[in-house]
Design a protein around this ligand. Structure first.
Ligand code: NAD
Length: 506
C-alpha cells in the first residue's frame, strides 16, 4: 500500500498545509500528508456521522465479521506494516511486529465480545416495582474522535478504535504528527479489508495539535485521547465547553517493587526490558525501582549486567531504536543531570549517554526522591533504583506520585498482597507489562494518568450510553404509587412492606 496517499487524498509537497513524516533514525521523509483545516475536520465528522448509522445497523454479528476480516488483512500485511512502524517510530522490526500482534488481539476480542457485553440486560425490578420489567440497553454514542500518540502508533489508538467500532460507532482518528503514515495505513487497511462497506466508518484527519484541537470541538460524541498529561488537561478544558465526554489515557511514572523474596534474576531481566524497550518511550514502562535492602546488591549487579550490553541503533539486532520525538532528548538529558546533581550515582551510562538521535541506557541509584528523574515522566531509556528497608516503604514511595498508570511487583509469596496496595490502574506480578497483553483486562490510570478505561468490558462500555427502560407489565389494583390517585391504604401497605424488607437491620 502506498504511504504517500492518505484516505484524505494525495498530499501536496510540504508546506504550511502539509506535514512530512520522517524516519527518526535518518531524518528521511517517509510520506507527506495534507493537514486538515477545522472546517475539513468538521466535514469529516459529519461524513462519519452518517456512516455510523449504517455501521451500527449491521448489528454485532455483521460488525464482528468485518472487524475480523480487518484482523486477517493486518496479519497478511504484517511485514509491510511492521517495516512502516520501524521506519516511522524507530523501534526494531520485531518489536513493531509484537505491537501489531497485541493490537490484533484487541480487535479480535472486541469483535467477539461486543455482543455479550453490550446486548440488553434484564435487571430485577425489586419487590416495590414487581409489576415492572427492567432492562438496560447499550447504544453507541455516534462518532468517536480518537487522538493518538506516536510511541505505540498501532497498539495505543487501537485500544479505543477497535472497541468504539465494535460497539457500533464510527471513528475519526487524528494520529500523532510523528506517526501519521502508520495512522493512515490503519484506516486504509480497514477499508481495503472491507471494500463493500461504505466509506468513513474509520477515517483519519491529519495534522499537529491544532488538528486535534479542532477534532475536540467538531461535534464528535466522545473524545478518546492517548498522550501526555498536559495535552489531556487542555483537551478536557476544551471539551467542557460542549460537555463532550472524554476518555484520557495520559502519562505515568511507573514503579517496580522488588521484594526480599523476589526471584532476583527474573526481576532484573523483566525490569530491564520494561525500562529500556522502545527506548523507554512506553507509557507503562518502568521508570523507578524500589528494591529491598536484602536483595539490593544482587539486583543491581544483575540488572547492570543486562543493561550495559544493550545497544540502541537502526540495524537488525539493535536493542531499541532512536528517540522518536527529538524534543524529548533534552528532557531526558535534564532528568539525568538533575538526578546526578541530587545524590544520584550512575551505575550504567551517564550524562554522556545522550547522543544526537539515540540515548544509550542509563541507570542511576539513590537519586533524591524529589528530583525530576524520580518525579516527572522521563520517557527515555533510563531507570532510577532506590534501596528500601521494607515492602511497606517501597509501597509508600511507589504511591507517592501524582501519576498512577501501572506498576510491577516481584515477590514469590506476597505479590498479590503488595499489588493490592498500589495506587495504579494496573499491576503486573512477577512479570512486566503482562496486563497490556490480556484484552479482557481494563487499561487506564488514576490521578494525572487519566480518566476512563480502554480494553475489555469496560472499554466497550466507554463507547456506549446506557439506556434504562422500566416497562410496567400490568397495574396492581390499589397500588398506584406514581399517581395522584394514590390512597392512604397504598401508603400504609408500602410502609408495612418496607418494614418487612428493610426494618430488621438493627
Ligand atoms: P502529546 O500529548 O504531545 O500528543 C498526543 C496527541 O495529541 C498528538 O496526536 C497531538 O497532535 C495531539 N495534540 C496535541 N495538542 C493537542 C490539543 N491541544 N488538542 C488536541 N490534540 C492535541 O503526547 P505524545 O508525545 O504524542 O505521546 C507521549 C505521551 O503519551 C506520554 O506522556 C505517554 O505516557 C503518553 N501515553 C499514554 C498512554 C496510556 O495509555 N496512558 C499510552 C501511550 C502514550
Amino acid at each position: 500500500m502506498s504511504t504517500t496517499e492518505t484516505n484524505s487524498g494525495t498530499a501536496p509537497a510540504q508546506s504550511a498545509s502539509a506535514l512530512a513524516s520522517k524516519n527518526p533514525a535518518t531524518g528521511d521523509v517517509i510520506s507527506v500528508h495534507a493537514i486538515q483545516s477545522p472546517e475539513e475536520v468538521r466535514a469529516a465528522v459529519e461524513r462519519a456521522r452518517s456512516a455510523a448509522r449504517s455501521w451500527n445497523a449491521l448489528g454485532f454479528d455483521g460488525r464482528k465479521q468485518h472487524l475480523l476480516r480487518w484482523v486477517s488483512y493486518l496479519l497478511d500485511h504484517a511485514d509491510e506494516l511492521s517495516e512502516l512502524i520501524h521506519a516511522e517510530n524507530g523501534k526494531p522490526v520485531d518489536d513493531a511486529y509484537l505491537e501489531l500482534v497485541l493490537a490484533v488481539e484487541h480487535i479480535a476480542w472486541a469483535a467477539k465480545h461486543a455482543k455479550k457485553v453490550l446486548s440488553p440486560k434484564k435487571v430485577a425490578p425489586g419487590l416495590l416495582m414487581a409489576n415492572f420489567s427492567a432492562v438496560i440497553e447499550q447504544h453507541p454514542l455516534g462518532v468517536i474522535g480518537v487522538i493518538g500518540p506516536w510511541n505505540y502508533p498501532v497498539y495505543t489508538p487501537m485500544g479505543s478504535i477497535a472497541y468504539a467500532l465494535a460497539a457500533g460507532n464510527s471513528v475519526v482518528f487524528k494520529p500523532s504528527e510523528y506517526t501519521t503514515a502508520v495512522g493512515n495505513y490503519l484506516a486504509d487497511s480497514f477499508r481495503l479489508a472491507n471494500p463493500e462497506l461504505r466509506e468513513h466508518i474509520l477515517t483519519t484527519v491529519n495534522g499537529y495539535g491544532e488538528t486535534g484541537a479542532a477534532l475536540v470541538t467538531s461535534g464528535v460524541n466522545k473524545i478518546a485521547f492517548t498522550g501526555s498529561t498536559p495535552t489531556g488537561k487542555r483537551i478536557m478544558a476544551a471539551a467542557a465547553e460542549s460537555l463532550t465526554p472524554v476518555l484520557l489515557e495520559c502519562g505515568g511514572k511507573d514503579a517496580a517493587i522488588v521484594a526480599a523474596d523476589a526471584d532476583v534474576k527474573a526481576a532484573a531481566d523483566a525490569i530491564a526490558f520494561g525500562a529500556m524497550a522502545n527506548s523507554g518511550q512506553t507509557c507503562v514502562g518502568v521508570e523507578r525501582v524500589y528494591v529491598d535492602k536484602r536483595v539490593s546488591d544482587e539486583f543491581i549487579t544483575e540488572i547492570k549486567k543486562i543493561i550495559r550490553d544493550l545497544k540502541p541503533g537502526d540495524a537488525e539486532g539493535a536493542s531499541y531504536g532512536p528517540m522518536t520525538m527529538p524534543s524529548q532528548i533534552d528532557i531526558v538529558r535534564s532528568h539525568i543531570e538533575d538526578a546526578l546533581e541530587h545524590g544520584g550515582r550512575a551505575v550504567v551510562g551517564g550524562a554522556d549517554s545522550v547522543k544526537e538521535r539515540y540515548i544509550e541506557p542509563v541507570v542511576i541509584v539513590d537519586a533524591d526522591e524529589t528530583c525530576s528523574a524520580v518525579v516527572e515522566e522521563t520517557f527515555g531509556p533510563t531507570l532510577t533504583i532506590r534501596t528500601v528497608d521494607s515492602a511497606d516503604e517501597a509501597i509508600e514511595l511507589a504511591n507517592a506520585s501524582r501519576f498512577g498508570l501501572a506498576s510491577t511487583v516481584f515477590s514469590k509469596n506476597h505479590g498479590m498482597e503488595i499489588a493490592r496496595r498500589l495506587r495504579a490502574g494496573a499491576t503486573s506480578v512477577n512479570s512486566v507489562l503482562g496486563f497490556a497483553a490480556i484484552p479482557a483486562l481494563p487499561f487506564g490510570g488514576v490521578g494525572e494518568s487519566g480518566i476512563g478505561r480502554i480494553h475489555g468490558e469496560w472499554g466497550l462500555k466507554e463507547f456506549t450510553r446506557p439506556h434504562a427502560i422500566a416497562n410496567q407489565r400490568f397495574a396492581i389494583p390499589g397500588m398506584a404509587l406514581l399517581s395522584f390517585k394514590r390512597t392512604k391504604m397504598t401508603t400504609s401497605l408500602v410502609k408495612q412492606t418496607m418494614k418487612l424488607l428493610h426494618g430488621r437491620y438493627k
